[in-house]
Design a protein around this ligand. Structure first.
Ligand code: LRH
Ligand code: MN
Ligand code: MN
Length: 422
C-alpha cells in the first residue's frame, strides 16, 4: 500500500483549507437546521464495493491499450483495491468475477485480510467460453441443451462455494442469453428454462445468502435478451423466493429511461437488492460514475435515502470499464462521486418536499431537490476521509506516492492489441 507518511504529509498541506471550508459549510447548513456532523457520520458509514475486473485497463471490441503496471493476477488486483480503500476509506470490499479471479480461497482470504478488505457479491460468468465442455455461444442457463444448462448451474454453485469460503454473502447472476434473429428462439420456453436453472442455483444458496438477478436491455444478444428489463428481473426474484433480489446496473437501460422510478418500484416490491454504479451516454458504456449525468445519480440516491426508514439492505458495487484512465484513479473518483450523491440526497428537506408535493407545487418541489444537489458537500467528504485515516485528496496523494510506477517495476508488461473482429 502507500506509505502512511505520504498520506500524512499530503493531508498536512491541505488541513487548514479543509478546516476553514468545513466550518464555513457547517455554519451555512446550520442556518437551515442541518447538523454537518450528522452528515459526516453518514459519509463515514458509506461503502461501495470495487469490481476486481475494473482494476485492469478495459477495452472495446476494437482494441485495448493497457498501461504500465497493470495487475496481472487477482492478488495484484487486490493490492490495487487496498490502495483505493486506503485513500478513499469508502471501498472496504471487492466483488470477484469467476473464473477470472479463480484462486485458492484460503489465499484470497489471507490476502484480503492483510489489506483490510472483505468480499462483496460473487459474479458468475456464463457469457464466455473458458475451456468448459459445452459452449455458451447459444446461451447458458436458458440453453436448449440440458447438458449446457447443467454446466452453467454447476458453475454458479461453484461461485457460491468459493464465496462461502471467503465471506461473501451474495451471488450476482447476469447472463448474455438471448437471440440475434426473430424466430431464432422460443422466447417463452427460453425464459422457462432460465427460471428452472435459477431455481437450481437458488436451492444451493446458503441460508444467509442472497441471489441477485441483473437485467440488461441488450448485448451480446441484439434482437432479444432473456433478462432484458426490471420486469423480467422482478418476475424472476418473486418466483424464486425471499432470498432472490433484483440488481440494477445503471448502464443497462434504454436511453432516457427513468431509472430512479425503477428503483422506487423495486423498493415498493421489497425486491431491490443491489446496484452496479457507472455512468452511460449511449448504452452499457461503463463510464465513470457521475461523469455524464450526475443529477440522475443524485435522483437515484434520492429514492434510496427516502426509503432509508424501511431499513433497506443494499449491496452497492461499482461496475465500470476504464479505457483511457488509470483504473485506480477512476475507481477512487467514482467511489467519491457515488458518496457525494448519497450525501447530497441526505440533504434534501423531505418534510418541505412532501409539503410541496401535497400542494402540487411543482416548482418548489423541484427547487427543493435542486437546492440539495447544488450544495457543495466536498468538505464533508474530505472530513469523512481524513477522520477515517484516508486522504483529503486521494488522486493527488496517489500521484505523489508514484504507486503505479512502483508496481510497474514489479509487474510483467502486458501487451495491448485488438479486441474482437470488427
Ligand atoms: C454485464 C455486466 C455484468 C457483468 C459485468 C462484467 O454487462 O454489467 O454485471 O458481470 O458487466
Ligand atoms: Mn453490471
Ligand atoms: Mn454491464
Amino acid at each position: 500500500m502507500i506509505s502512511n507518511d505520504i498520506v500524512t504529509d499530503q493531508n498536512a498541506a491541505r488541513d487548514a483549507d479543509l478546516n476553514a471550508d468545513y466550518d464555513a459549510l457547517g455554519a451555512r447548513l446550520s442556518r437551515s437546521g442541518t447538523d454537518i456532523e450528522t452528515l459526516t457520520e453518514k459519509a463515514m458509514r458509506f461503502a461501495v464495493a470495487v469490481p476486481s475486473w475494473g482494476t485492469g485497463t478495459g477495452g472495446t471490441r476494437f482494441a485495448r491499450f493497457p498501461g504500465a503496471g497493470e495487475p496481472a493476477t487477482i492478488f495484484d488486483k487486490l493490492d490495487d483495491c487496498g490502495v483505493i480503500n486506503q485513500l478513499t476509506r469508502a471501498t472496504p470490499t471487492v466483488s470477484l468475477h469467476i473464473p477470472w479471479d479463480k484462486a485458492d480461497p484460503d489465499d484470497l482470504l489471507a490476502k484480503a485480510e492483510q489489506l483490510g478488505l472483505g468480499f462483496d457479491a460473487m459474479n458468475s460468468n456464463t457469457f464466455s467460453d473458458t475451456g468448459d465442455a459445452h459452449s455458451y455461444k447459444f446461451g447458458s442457463l436458458s440453453h436448449v441443451s440440458e447438458e449446457t444448462r447443467a454446466q452453467a448451474v454447476e458453475h454458479n454453485l461453484e461461485c457460491i462455494e468459493i464465496g462461502r469460503r471467503i465471506g461473501s454473502k451474495a451471488l450476482t447472476v447476469w447472463i448474455g442469453d438471448g437471440s440475434n434473429f426473430p424466430g431464432q428462439t422460443h422466447m417463452g420456453r427460453q425464459f422457462e428454462r432460465y427460471l428452472a436453472s435459477m431455481k437450481q442455483i437458488y436451492a444451493g444458496l446458503p441460508e444467509d445468502w442472497r441471489l441477485f438477478s441483473e437485467h440488461k436491455i441488450y448485448e451480446p444478444a441484439f434482437y432479444s435478451t432473456v433478462v432484458q428489463d426490471w420486469g423480467t428481473s422482478l418476475l424472476t426474484a418473486q418466483e424464486l423466493g425471499d432470498k432472490a433480489m433484483c440488481l440494477v446496473d445503471l448502464g443497462h437501460h434504454a436511453p432516457n429511461v427513468n431509472i430512479e422510478m425503477i428503483v422506487s418500484r423495486l423498493i415498493h416490491a421489497g425486491k431491490l437488492g443491489g446496484f452496479h454504479f457507472n455512468d452511460s451516454k449511449y448504452g452499457d458504456d461503463d463510464l465513470d460514475s457521475g461523469t455524464i449525468e450526475p443529477y440522475r445519480l443524485f435522483l437515484v440516491w434520492n429514492e434510496l435515502v427516502d426509503a432509508e426508514p424501511r431499513g433497506l439492505n443494499l449491496s452497492h458495487m461499482i461496475d465500470q470499464s476504464h479505457n483511457v484512465t488509470d483504473p485506480i484513479e477512476s475507481l477512487m473518483i467514482s467511489a467519491m462521486e457515488i458518496q457525494r450523491a448519497y450525501v447530497q440526497a441526505s440533504l434534501v428537506d423531505r418534510e418541505a418536499l412532501t409539503g410541496y408535493q401535497q400542494q402540487n407545487d411543482a416548482l418548489m418541489a423541484s427547487a427543493t431537490l435542486r437546492a440539495a444537489f447544488r450544495t457543495d458537500v466536498e468538505p464533508i467528504l474530505q472530513m469523512a476521509r481524513v477522520r477515517a485515516g484516508g486522504a483529503i485528496d486521494p488522486v493527488a496523494t496517489y500521484r505523489a506516492a508514484a504507486y503505479r510506477a512502483a508496481v510497474a517495476a514489479k509487474r510483467p508488461e502486458v501487451l495491448g492489441g485488438g479486441g474482437g473482429i470488427v
